[in-house]
Design a protein around this ligand. Structure first.
Ligand code: SF4
Ligand code: SF4
Length: 392
């Protein structure tokens, strides 16, 4: 991993209607060729980390994780270029080798490794890294495998997200932080603006050479894990993860400036401010808008439009307090596995005889419990005023 992003706004969009391996291979090869070919970044002898989104133990059809054929196509190119591909992620949930193995297996990564000769990393070692290029955060604890790599290739999945609205290029890099340390960061960065600023500094520190977005089938609704698969039919490729998030938001019918990470990256001159500023390489005609249903997250309620603009700023904290959602656990599907309890940054969850119980005073509304519940048993519930105002 070397610092200093080369922030070209060049973007390739490849149409890709399905995950047939021949099709995916061809699209990715063609897309990279348009940007100069994989050899532009990958040199013989390098160790190249592939960072897919492996949020949790879900099969590829559930559209929670980066499809294995995207990872396979990139791994093949890297190995062919004479480098070593290493698949790395730090999923949410229990911090154990057995769980990580089950995630790699269920998401299809073990199979990718078997087919391509890539390695899946089980190395839990972490490194504290100083990063002078951060604007607000200059020290990160990261997975050692990522820090020691010669190159990182970011392979996110396009999804909605309860906290950050979208999960794509920038948010995917949160998985470079080992295990439960992610929870500590969540705890200390409960405000969305603060968390977004952290994510931007983290992306600059991890410095992916390339980002290839799996937007063939994304996820809409209660993403990043409890939503519905949404056929989108595209793969995006660029050196610039910030501009790709702008494009991702526009693609799903969302005003990019509604996303705190986009706004922060624009402020820092890292991201385009309009679609017209994107340097589309190849043809722009491959792009289409596919509106996604958004998640129900109160943290993203926007008071800067319409009537909301007239609400005095000093009143907003009180209004947020009135509209604060609570969490409901569906005991008919909850298996009491305890994953939500283990993943809750402020330890706000206890398990009673029937189901989990949340201490709402302690809860920071990070939605990690909803994100990681394997049974989709966690629901967000709004007070009556919130339901009326925001039609939740
Ligand atoms: S709510 Fe989900 S994660 Fe929590 S105990 Fe029940 S099944 Fe497990
Ligand atoms: S209860 Fe859920 S939303 Fe609340 S802090 Fe814990 S993990 Fe986050």
């Amino acid at each position: 991993m070397k610092g200093g992003l080369a922030l070209s706004d060049a973007v390739v969009i490849e149409k890709c209607d399905n995950y047939d391996i021949e099709n995916v291979r061809e699209r990715i090869k063609e897309g990279l060729q348009l940007l100069g070919g994989i050899e532009k970044w990958v040199k013989p002898g390098m160790t190249v980390v592939l960072k897919p989104n492996l949020l949790t133990r879900k099969s590829p059809e559930q559209a929670v994780t980066t499809h294995p054929h995207i990872v396979q196509a990139v791994a093949e190119l890297i190995q062919k270029a004479g480098a070593k591909a290493v698949i790395v992620d730090s999923p949410g949930g229990p911090d154990s080798k057995a769980y990580l193995r089950s995630v790699y297996k269920t998401t299809g990564m073990e199979e990718v490794a078997g087919k391509t000769g890539a390695i899946v990393s089980y190395n839990p070692q972490k490194v504290e890294l100083k990063f002078e290029g951060g604007s607000q955060f200059r020290k990160f604890t990261l997975l050692k495998t990522i820090v020691e790599a010669d190159l990182v290739i970011n392979l996110p999945k396009l999804k909605t997200h309860g906290l950050t609205l979208i999960s794509c290029a920038v948010k995917n890099l949160y998985g470079t932080i080992p295990g439960l340390i992610k929870g500590e960061y969540h705890l200390n960065l409960a405000e969305i603006q603060h968390f977004s600023s952290f994510l931007i500094d983290l992306a600059l520190c991890v410095n992916p050479a390339l980002t290839i977005v799996d937007a063939v089938v994304g996820m809409e609704g209660e993403g990043p894990s409890a939503g519905k698969p949404k056929k989108t039919g595209m793969i995006f490729i660029s050196e610039n993860p910030f501009t790709l998030d702008y494009l991702a938001a526009a693609t799903i019918g969302l005003e990019p400036e509604k996303i705190a990470t986009v706004v922060e990256s624009q402020k820092r001159g890292l991201c385009v401010k309009s679609m017209a500023e994107i340097d589309f390489v190849g043809t722009k005609d491959n792009h289409g808008t596919v509106p996604y249903q958004l998640p129900k997250s109160i943290k993203q309620i926007d008071f800067t439009d319409g009537l909301g603009r007239r609400i005095p700023k000093w009143l907003l904290p009180t209004i947020y307090e009135w509209l604060k959602p609570s969490l409901k656990f569906n005991s008919s599907v909850c298996t009491k596995c305890g994953i939500c309890k283990e993943s809750c940054p402020p330890a706000a969850i206890t398990l009673d005889e029937i189901k989990p119980v949340v201490d709402s005073e302690k809860c920071i509304r990070c939605y990690c419990c909803q994100e990681l519940c394997p049974k989709h048993a966690v629901e967000i519930s709004y007070p009556w005023l919130g339901r009326i105002l925001f039609r939740r």
